[in-house]
Design a protein around this ligand. Structure first.
Ligand SMILES: [Zn+2]
Length: 374
């Protein structure tokens, strides 16, 4: 009788207990850090994750010319090698600085969404009978003027030369960062969004951003890239756990993202907006700040507070679940949005780069231009 019971117990453990043990997330062992870097007033994203075991992930690298700033931050945090570089989507304010970073520091794996914007190699025109051979085209005086997408060629060249392994983000794939921290790919999912699907607003390249979920013990954070409302709707339609204590707001606080429905599912306590004081797109939008306020989230902004650092032990530690520190105190109201000079959607010819001059005129004093709330 006893033998039967013991044997039965062993079989049950082997059948159900072991898989359960294996699927349980690892226990937190130390400190997880997320640094939302301040990549300057022109705007862009660059986020450094340092896992408890020391593994590091850089998500985006700011605009062209901002690589040095990102490298300085890596030095400050004593990062000598990046385990992962994740390019959320091919826009210059996210991967413009990537070549500088990848050329300067060892990277284990590069993950991107697989969209290739590289300039095709020129094909020589077929020679006509009897005609003289066409002269070889002169190389461009400045390699940077190669094409409007030269930032992508530079990114791709750097990845190819780096020796890093290169993979396409697969939704559902989990990256074990060690010490209990797990990074999961939530988006993009196939088929990718097309321009046609962006008629209501938003931009297809943005909508196909890599969206990530970072889990560590009881702590979770969503990293939205430049996702748009269409991306959020797709995520809402899936059986996904989207609840997260902290969210890195999509698309620098664009009004075409961070929908009310999405916030209802995420229920964030804190929202971090990576934006630039000189952006012309009205980031962050007042409507987004209002939606965040209505969802009772605290707001942090790189344009007003500089670099934003989050530290957590994955559980309540000395009375705190996580801590958010900012490089400086905001001198303006974080709940006041910026006024746009340009619309940030494809239908208005939004190209996401290049068109930056002196900073837009200072905003009116908060409160004087806002319509009364109903
Ligand atoms: Zn962007």
């Amino acid at each position: 009788m006893l033998v039967v019971l013991v044997a039965g117990g062993a079989v049950a453990f082997w059948k159900w207990g072991l898989p359960w043990l294996r699927t349980r997330p690892p226990k937190p062992t130390g400190e997880l850090q997320v640094h939302v870097l301040d990549v300057g007033p022109i705007e862009g994203d660059s986020i450094l994750i340092i896992a408890p075991g020391g593994k590091s992930v850089l998500i985006d690298a700011g605009d062209a010319g901002k690589g040095k700033l990102v490298l300085d931050a890596l030095k400050r945090y004593k990062i000598e090698k990046l385990d992962y570089f994740i390019a959320t989507h091919p826009h210059p304010d996210h991967i413009g600085g990537a070549d500088e970073v990848i050329n300067a520091i060892k990277v284990g794996t590069v993950v991107d969404n697989g969209v290739d914007l590289s300039t095709p190699a020129p094909t020589p025109a077929p020679a006509k009978k009897g005609a003289k051979p066409a002269p070889t085209p002169k190389p461009a005086k400045n390699a940077k003027l190669r094409s409007i997408n030269s930032f992508f060629d530079e990114y791709k060249d750097a990845v190819d030369k780096s020796g890093a392994s290169h993979e396409k983000a697969e939704p559902g794939k989990k990256y074990d960062l060690g010490g209990g921290a797990i990074l999961t790919v939530l988006a993009p999912t196939e088929p990718f969004f097309t321009k046609e699907q962006m008629k209501a607003g938003g931009n297809d390249t943005n909508a196909n951003s890599i969206v990530l979920r970072l889990d560590y013990g009881d702590f979770s954070m969503l990293l939205m890239g430049d996702a748009e409302e269409q991306t959020e709707a797709r995520l809402l339609g899936k059986e996904l756990n989207l609840q997260a204590a902290v969210i890195k707001i999509a698309h620098h606080g664009s009004r075409y993202a961070t929908s009310e429905n999405f916030l209802k599912r995420v229920q964030p306590e804190a929202a971090i907006i990576s934006d630039g004081a000189w952006n012309r797109y009205g980031h962050p939008a007042q409507a987004v700040l209002d939606r965040l306020k209505a969802s009772n989230a605290k707001v942090y902004r790189t344009d007003l507070q500089g670099e934003i650092t989050l530290i957590t032990h994955g559980k309540v530690d000395s009375g705190k679940f996580y801590e958010i520190k900012t490089a400086k105190e905001a001198t303006e109201d974080v709940w006041t949005g910026r006024e746009g000079q340009k619309d940030d959607s494809s239908r208005s010819g939004f190209i996401a780069y290049g068109d930056f001059g002196p900073p837009p005129k200072p905003r009116a004093t908060p409160g004087t231009t806002k319509p009364p709330r109903h």
